[in-house]
Design a protein around this ligand. Structure first.
Ligand code: ADP
Ligand code: MG
Length: 397
């Protein structure tokens, strides 16, 4: 991947700088922001532009508005504007739309070092269609386009990619740059030993990630529900555990490929099980690779965690995607929090990608102990699959 320029390479003074941010934050019933991590993640870029006397125009989507009248209320960026103003200790004006005469006037009135947040870009269906007319309208508001929305970098929408060619200058924000640096380092120049931990709900979601990492990692540790499909593919009994029957052949191919390439491919050697996936169900530790008929695997067992922990501590690069078990329920969370703790104890380059994995690290209180926790769920996975993300591609060259 070519190097991408960040906004500090540009002279921003007096210019209208459109920053595509990811303010797609969770809200409670009262419409208050319940987790402002994404807003905080964009602040270094916004603050830099403000400090360098830019006229800052922010654009984001929130949720998936469908064009119903009540959606305007449900998906307004007003709560994000309020939270951002608190963080910046500065007024943030919320425009009533993202294009049109009112917005043009608001941009005209915008002074250096001031912030205008456009209303939810997805109130216009043209945004997701990457409509050229809409992209041109957005671009007409700005001299410079900065993309700092890693969470939507895998989408070619008007604000995340389309408008790039209609502005005079473009650059990456600091968040996207950090994401590309860390995820790129995992893929292209990992320090060895490189250990990848992969878990989560389904093999089918992670096939491309596994295949790409098979050519790069020294060791792949498998956990989560997808482990049972691999165990089943080796003719082991897995009881009532979740198995993707139609992926058994593929699982066998992956196991063969790992063997042929000399990649150590580790599966759980013990399990935490129950008769049903409920917090109140009796927790049974099965000290065997196979699982009895009445039980389902819900987490990796203590022996497995110990093996994975040793691999993590011996590694110079660790990439983790996918929880090791049904971590949302306490009896099945130890494997997931255990690998998070091992990564926190590692001196290597530790990178976490994936929405649920990032949530688990957050819940464990270990975000600050990782070298990088990706803010992009789907985007980080597509990146690790080795795909070119449209929102990043347009920043190159
Ligand atoms: P990410 O978002 O990090 O990519 P995934 O979406 O692939 O992760 O998977 C996360 C989900 O997988 C979690 O909701 C977790 O509860 C579930 N999961 C993991 N292991 C199991 C299991 N053994 N049984 C049922 N669900 C599991
Ligand atoms: Mg997920």
């Amino acid at each position: 991947m070519a190097d991408i320029k960040t906004l500090d390479a540009l002279d921003l003074a007096g210019k209208r700088v459109f920053i595509r941010v990811d303010f797609n934050v969770p809200l409670d019933e009262q419409g208050r922001v319940t987790d402002d991590a994404r807003i905080r993640a964009a602040v270094p870029t916004i603050a830099y532009a403000l400090d360098h006397r830019a006229k800052v125009i922010l654009g984001s989507h929130l949720g998936r508005p469908k064009g119903k009248p009540e959606d305007r209320q449900k998906y307004t960026l007003e709560p994000a504007a309020t939270r951002l103003a608190e963080i910046l200790k500065k007024d943030v004006t919320l425009a009533d739309d993202s294009i049109g005469d009112g917005v043009k006037k608001a941009v005209k009135d915008l002074g250096e070092g001031e912030v205008l947040l456009l209303e939810n870009l997805r109130f216009h269906p043209e945004e997701e269609k990457n409509d050229e007319g809409y992209a041109r309208e957005l671009a007409s508001l700005a001299d410079v386009w900065v993309n700092d929305a890693f969470g939507t970098a895998h989408r070619a929408h008007a604000s995340t990619a389309g408008m790039a060619k209609f502005v005079k200058e473009k650059a990456a924000g600091f968040l996207i740059k950090k994401e590309v640096d860390f995820l790129g380092r995992v893929l292209t120049r990992p320090a060895h030993p490189f250990v990848a931990l992969l878990g989560g709900a389904k093999v089918s979601d992670k096939i491309k990630v596994i295949e790409n990492l098979l050519g790069k990692a020294d060791c792949i540790c498998i956990g989560g529900a997808m482990a049972y499909t691999f165990l089943r593919a080796q003719e082991l009994e897995v009881g009532k555990s979740r198995v993707e029957e139609d992926k058994l052949e593929l699982a066998r191919q992956i196991l063969d490929k790992a063997r042929a390439r000399g990649v150590e491919f580790l599966l759980p050697v013990d399990h935490v099980c129950a008769e049903e996936p409920k917090e109140t169900a009796k927790r049974v530790v099965v000290n065997d690779r196979a699982i009895p008929p009445a039980l389902m695997g819900l987490d990796i067992g203590p022996k497995t965690l110990d093996v994975y922990r040793q691999r993590i501590l011996a590694a110079k690069t660790v990439f983790w995607n996918g929880p090791m078990g049904l971590f949302e329920q306490k009896p099945w969370a130890e494997g997931t929090f255990g690998v998070a703790r091992a990564m926190a104890d590692s001196d290597g380059v530790t990178v976490v990608g994936g929405g649920d994995s990032a949530a688990a690290v957050e819940e464990a209180g270990l975000v600050a102990k990782m070298k990088h926790v990706s803010t992009g769920g789907g985007a980080s996975l597509e990146f690790i699959e080795g795909r070119v993300l449209p929102g990043i591609q347009v920043l190159e060259g």
